[in-house]
Design a protein. Structure first.
Length: 451
């Protein structure tokens, strides 16, 4: 990184940032209070609030949102007449999955092979630290040239919509000229990237029932309708022979225009086993950023261990459907439900229930904020040009903010590059990415203020 005072300050602050990230990662802040104590999330929220107060933020508040979780807000005033920038991240995390499968404990930040490992290190507790580093670097080098609002969400990973509903009820709270969402990531380590599209998501639970109770497969199997077999048929109908998603009536027309994703690189990033093919057709970017994608998230049926020779009376599954910009998530949910019901065989009884939803998002890349970020990225990543990429995941708050503040510019950056393995075992963050993106965000705020 070329030498400049902001970069030098960030580099000097990196040990402190690591210590703070370790404190934050230690909170088991999974916003599913059936699995993890609510006190863990409350502790993380209070940590964020204290950190904002220490940086002279005003009006710091731990907000009780309608889904029973908490978000943290703070306001740092800038020069009179300056623009206002909202910085977003979330402190809640995904469950660690199988803790025994982690190389080191998931809630202890551990340095290994040049990376820092821990649940939330990249997604998205590291994003909070990135915002703090950028602001500290500016304060040490002439001051923060804009008004800054920070919002740290407490239930993003659960998709329960608490902050969205709170923002709709208090539309003045998060109003800003530009919004920086610190919850995506570079296309690869060292390649500066802004995310310009997000797929939306709908979750549907499907229940199939065929019998009053499970039956002995030796006595009744072959004629008695098996609910689990019916469910398998239904779920199989969601994919074509090549693995492409097929939901009746869902026919998006657009392809991806922007940074392409090399197929071999994707295989490495996704850790696809040797000899196993990718699914779908078209480019990888088309498949993961511009087209619908269905995933069966879970099935309730007897586990292999302890299974009995029975024809199952009932079975259910949770199905996720990711939808690209241009497709309404609510309409996609209805189509998915209709498809599941229409493809249920043998007259089996079927019930579908939507359990979560988020709309897709497309940014305006022609806005002045994008040029300010591109110029900042050139300094933070010498020799590289800022790239535009999509992301297959959802950040429902983006659409809420875009709807509430239609004139606001929205940029998405962050620490979740492929090596970070977010949502998986052994999640990690690259300290070099944390350093460079903190510099980029600080310089962006300076560029944007001057624009």
């Amino acid at each position: 990184m070329s030498s400049n005072p902001v970069a030098e300050t960030v580099a000097a602050l990196l040990p402190r940032a690591k210590a703070e990230l370790a404190e934050l990662v230690a909170f088991k802040s999974v916003a599913d209070f059936t699995q993890f104590p609510k006190s863990e999330s409350e502790g993380a929220a209070n940590w964020v609030a204290d950190a904002l107060r220490a940086e002279d933020f005003r009006d710091v508040a731990v907000l009780d949102t309608p889904d029973g979780t908490q978000s943290v807000y703070g306001y740092l005033p800038g020069p009179e007449g300056a623009k206002t920038v909202l910085l977003y991240a979330h402190y809640d995390v995904q469950p660690p999955l199988d803790e025994a499968a982690w190389t080191t404990p998931p809630f202890e930040l551990t340095e290994r092979n040049g990376r820092w490992y821990g649940r939330g290190a990249a997604d998205c507790k590291g994003g909070l630290i990135m915002h703090l580093l950028a602001l500290r670097a500016l304060k040490a080098n002439g001051g923060v040239p804009v008004h800054v609002k920070v919002i740290a969400e407490g239930s993003e990973e659960m998709g329960t919509g608490g902050l969205e509903r709170y923002a709709e009820q208090h539309p003045e709270l998060l109003a800003a000229d530009t919004i920086v969402i610190g919850d995506t990531g570079n296309f690869r380590v060292g390649l500066p990237t802004v995310t310009t599209t997000l797929r939306g998501m709908t979750l549907v639970r499907v229940q199939i029932d065929t019998l009053q109770g499970s039956l002995h497969s030796g006595q009744f199997g072959g004629a008695a309708p098996d609910a689990l077999a019916a469910l398998i048929r239904v779920l199989d109908s969601l994919r074509a022979e090549d693995g492409s998603t097929t939901v009746d009536g869902l026919t998006p027309e657009s392809g991806w225009e922007g940074l392409e994703y090399d197929e071999e690189q994707f295989r490495k990033d996704a850790k696809v086993l040797d000899g196993v093919g990718l699914i779908g057709d078209g480019s990888v970017a088309d498949r993961i950023w511009a087209r619908p994608a269905v995933t069966v998230l879970g099935i309730d049926c007897p586990p292999v261990v302890g299974a009995t020779p029975s024809v199952q009376a009932g079975a259910r599954a949770l199905v996720s459907l990711r939808v690209p910009p241009g497709v309404d998530a609510a309409e996609a949910s209805k189509l998915l439900q209709a498809h599941l019901e229409a493809h249920t065989p043998w007259g089996a009884r079927v019930r579908t229930e939507p359990v979560g939803q988020g709309q897709p998002f497309r940014a305006d890349t022609a806005s002045p904020a994008y040029q300010a970020m591109a110029d900042a990225m050139k300094v933070a990543y010498p020799g590289e040009t800022m790239q535009y990429a999509g992301q297959g995941g959802s950040i429902p708050l983006c659409n809420t903010l875009a709807s509430l503040y239609p004139q606001a510019e929205i940029l998405l950056i962050g620490l979740s590059e492929p090596e970070a393995q977010i949502h998986a075992v052994d999640e990690s963050v690259s300290p070099e990415e944390l350093e460079r993106l903190s510099v980029a965000e600080a310089l962006f705020l300076r560029n944007y203020a001057a624009g």
